[in-house]
Design a protein around this ligand. Structure first.
Ligand SMILES: Cc1ncc(C[n+]2csc(CCOP(=O)(O)OP(=O)(O)O)c2C)c(N)n1
Ligand SMILES: [Mg+2]
Length: 358
């Protein structure tokens, strides 16, 4: 099934190139000590977020873990703002205070960038709850790694999403490893997608190295969710070419395994598909690649020339402006408790949900 508003595939290929070149340059700048802290690269996994984003609207929500550069770029955060964030500069998408693991861009509905494994999954459910509470037809895309699926917060989140029938797609980016631990050693499941079944959430496996397959599957699921809100689960099988983070030599896997996945590169694959169909020439591809490299080089320059955040801002933004002190409700916040029973969906929705589960 094709998505209703299918984005141009050549444009999406150039987005994948931008992500790849951005991260290669970030790696180089990290080694040159221009970037501090942790830094996790997404190289090899580009088709997952690009395919997913190609299938949704700009006002849908996305949220992910710490391997987040690609998710921000895919959402439309500029390479300048992303690189400046890596450099810890004030012009960064999180004002230089978040760094690699905490990209955030409210304007583009990219709600992070979260460092604690699976901690963002309940937040994603909150975003989906807000959509349903406000009777909107948006969808939340929640990305996470294979390492997240055994965390308690993950189970709590899936349970609530299923009970409340929330509009959310859980997208597991199964790159076969959580740090240096193979998924075979960490997870007692035949396949990750089986996790969803336990919560009565429909789940499917997609080839995460194939842009078209990811896009079409996400489009199909999102189309169904917009008609009638419900959670869905996709296990995208993918691979990261680099180590877990910059300091990991990835000695826990073989060269042969890496080589096998490199031959299945998502960029090469989409390029080949488009070339075969006469939609892309080699010259065009080279031009797109050159453009991506230039954009990234300009971003490095922008980041270098940007100011550091002022010291007196160090403790700003920890809480929202005007946030109440712990335990003291703000006068304007006398809202009733938020539960499906008094949401716009009405108690009937809850009853139906309960019935479905009974
Ligand atoms: C609650 C928690 N435990 C441990 C860590 C340390 N840690 C950081 S990344 C990671 C592995 C996560 O792997 P996965 O979810 O598969 O994501 P990937 O790195 O493969 O994208 C761990 C254990 C953490 N950040 N949070
Ligand atoms: Mg993983």
């Amino acid at each position: 099934m094709q998505p209703v508003e299918q984005r141009d595939e050549v444009e999406m290929l150039s987005l994948m190139l931008l992500i790849r070149r951005f991260e290669e340059r970030a790696s180089q700048q990290y080694q040159a000590q221009k970037i501090g802290g942790f830094c996790h690269l997404y190289i090899g996994q580009e088709a997952v977020v690009t395919g997913a984003v190609a299938a949704v609207r700009d006002d849908d929500y996305i949220i992910t873990a710490y391997r987040d550069h690609a998710h921000a770029l895919a959402r439309g955060t500029s390479a300048d703002a992303c690189m400046a964030e890596l450099f810890g500069k004030e012009t960064g998408c999180s004002r230089g205070l978040g760094g690699s693991m905490h990209f955030f861009d409210k304007q583009h509905h990219m709600y992070g960038g979260h460092a604690i494994v699976a901690a963002h999954v309940p937040l994603a459910v909150g975003l989906a709850f807000a959509i349903k509470y406000r009777s909107e037809d948006r969808v939340t895309l929640c990305f996470f790694g294979d390492g997240a699926i055994n965390q308690g917060s993950f189970h709590e989140a899936l349970n609530l999403a299923a009970l409340y029938e929330l509009p959310i797609v859980f997208i597991c980016e199964n790159n076969l490893f959580a740090m240096g631990t193979s998924v075979k050693r960490s997870t007692s499941l035949k396949q990750i997608v089986d996790r969803a079944e336990g919560y009565d959430i429909p789940g499917e496996i997609v080839d995460g190295m194939n842009f078209r397959e990811v896009r079409d599957k996400v489009a199909e699921v999102v189309d169904s969710i917009r008609k009638e809100p419900h959670p869905a689960f996709l296990e995208a099988r993918t691979y990261r070419y680099r180590g877990h983070s910059m300091s990991d030599p990835a000695s826990y896997r073989t060269k042969d395994e890496l080589e096998k996945y490199r031959l299945d590169d998502p960029i090469t694959r989409l390029r080949a598909q488009l070339t075969r169909e006469g939609k892309l020439t080699n010259e065009q591809f080279d031009r797109l690649d050159k453009q991506a490299k230039e954009t990234v080089l300009a971003a490095v320059k922008f980041a270098e020339q940007s100011p550091q955040p002022p010291l007196d801002k160090l403790y700003d933004y920890t809480y929202a402006d005007g946030a109440v002190e712990a335990g003291v409700p703000a006068a304007s916040e006398s809202r009733t408790a938020v539960s499906p029973a008094n949401s716009k969906e009405s108690a009937a929705g809850t009853a139906a949900a309960t019935e479905k589960k009974a």
